[in-house]
Design a protein around this ligand. Sequence first.
Ligand SMILES: Nc1ncnc2c1ncn2[C@@H]1O[C@H](COP(=O)(O)OP(=O)(O)OP(=O)(O)O)[C@@H](O)[C@H]1O
Length: 410
Amino acid sequence: MSETNSPSARSSAGILLRDVSKRFPGQDRAAVDNLNMEISSGDMVMLVGPSGCGKTTTLKMINRLIEPSSGQILLGGQDISAADADQLRRGIGYVIQAGGLFPHMTVAANIGVVPSMLGWDKARTARRVDELLDLVSLDPARYRNRYPKELSGGQQQRVGVARALAADPPILLMDEPFGAVDPITRERLQDELLRIHADLEKTVVFVTHDFDEALKLGDRIAVFAEGGHLVQYDSPERILAEPATDFVRQFTGADAGLKQLGLARISSVPALPVVSGTVEEGPQQLLARALTAGQQSAVVVDGTGSPVAWFSVAELEKLRELPADRQPQLPVVGPGDNLADALSLVLVSSRDGVLVTDAQGHLQGVIDAPLILQTVRTRQWVSNARQERQRKRAPRGRPAAAGSTEAGQP
Ligand SMILES: Nc1ncnc2c1ncn2[C@@H]1O[C@H](COP(=O)(O)OP(=O)(O)OP(=O)(O)O)[C@@H](O)[C@H]1O
């Protein structure tokens, strides 16, 4: 079930729930039943499960809007029941559906609520408001003096996120924050949250009904079942590939395998080597090198190392010269693409694989259909969101995850 806890979970913004239960008066069933969960500092953890399974109650127990009936919650190793509740909440950002903005206050005043409580002066608060509006992609000059009713749903949601981040809290609790916006805006807000999270490294606990949202955003996903039971707490990869129970399997859906393809970033798959050469080399020499290397194809690259054409050995045998212009429909993927993109290209191209380039467009190698299948079956991949964060967190000059390796030498 749960993975081993990492030592980093004990650092300042880690959250530990120990034997936590909540039983509301007059309810015959517990809302949350003996919950044990450790949330590592800097992780984004998604709480999913059917309606009424205790997700919101769990979230509200972390900022003490609801007190547990039993058990202990520790933030950074400190038992929150011993803390002053108001002070605790100032250190925890809280975002709810539709932003939960105060309607009679301007955007700037909404974002400045906690800084004002903390006694910041006007100039410092104003600077922070503008900085946060920039962060959530709203032009400060245009939006700071507006009222919530003068904003779209997505804009209100952005202001809600900005407000929660105002005093730079180490922890952010988000209760279905994007539930009330249309799918396109939702996707945009998700992308922004990923960017903000990668930049700011907050510990985020996020409640959602949308399993795809959980897959996209989560470092870990906690699947709850009715009666407030935590059924599985794992990485998105493991939830999809190794659902702990039939309930989780039903939750992930019949297309769990396809979802893995969509989550697996190309750069987490080591590409296979391919022989490549420039147009000046000519087809015969390229063919000879391909055969010597035991390859069935070879790639023509331009002067910068970007792929221009891809030929089978049979095609090379018939060519008199190599083309300088890029072949139309050359199947190429970059590090930001995923395995679903790669497989989709394979299905519509005449090749059994795709060429892989780095961010600069330089040829790195090939990913073929068997490698795609093997990667998913053996779970040798890392989800987009996690890889992005790991990349940002890695010390300079040291890659965080395996990337594409050898490309063919010209
Ligand atoms: N103040 C309350 N008094 C009594 N029962 C409550 C109260 N708040 C929540 N409950 C009950 O506790 C259970 C868990 O509720 P909770 O809101 O945590 O579920 P949830 O998983 O967040 O649901 P949803 O996805 O519908 O928001 C539900 O059965 C709910 O009816």
